[in-house]
Write a protein that binds this ligand. Structure first.
Ligand SMILES: [Zn+2]
Ligand SMILES: [Zn+2]
Length: 135
């Protein structure tokens, strides 16, 4: 098993490359199976060993991919009072505050709805770690 970002050999149980810090399976530059440097980033099969290069997409709320603006916005509008969109984006403290406000007086629902709209309109543009949101 090799890091797809830098070609470093990974231990069987490693979830993160110790060389470049990228999660296993993330990257397009090297073959995961043989470590061969892939010349064409759009190739679907390794020209060296024939293994599939398609990235196994996993839903990862922690790191890596940018969060989806659409998902975050819809979560805010539909479930804003539960702060789900804030948890999704990593704003855990804000999400908890929203839940408390929703149960106390319902304000959390309005707050969440407004935030959902702000996210969809582009007024809120990044998640808690400062990564820009995808479209
Ligand atoms: Zn690496
Ligand atoms: Zn290969």
């Amino acid at each position: 098993m090799y890091c797809k970002n830098c070609g470093n050999e990974l231990k069987e149980n490693a979830s993160v490359c110790l060389n470049c810090g990228v999660s296993r399976g993330v990257g397009k530059k090297f073959c995961e199976n043989c470590g061969y440097a892939v010349e064409n980033e759009n190739a679907s099969v390794c020209t060296n060993c024939g293994a599939s290069l398609a990235s196994k997409a996993t839903i990862n709320f922690g790191q890596g991919e940018n969060k989806s603006r659409l998902i975050a916005g819809l979560l805010g509008i539909l479930l804003g009072g539960l702060g789900i969109h804030n948890f999704y984006l990593g704003y855990v403290g804000k999400g908890i505050a929203q839940i408390i406000l929703s149960f106390c007086c319902g304000v959390g629902w309005i707050w969440g709805l407004i935030e959902g709209i702000l996210i969809l309109c582009g007024n809120i543009n990044e998640d808690a770690s400062g990564k820009p949101l995808d479209k």
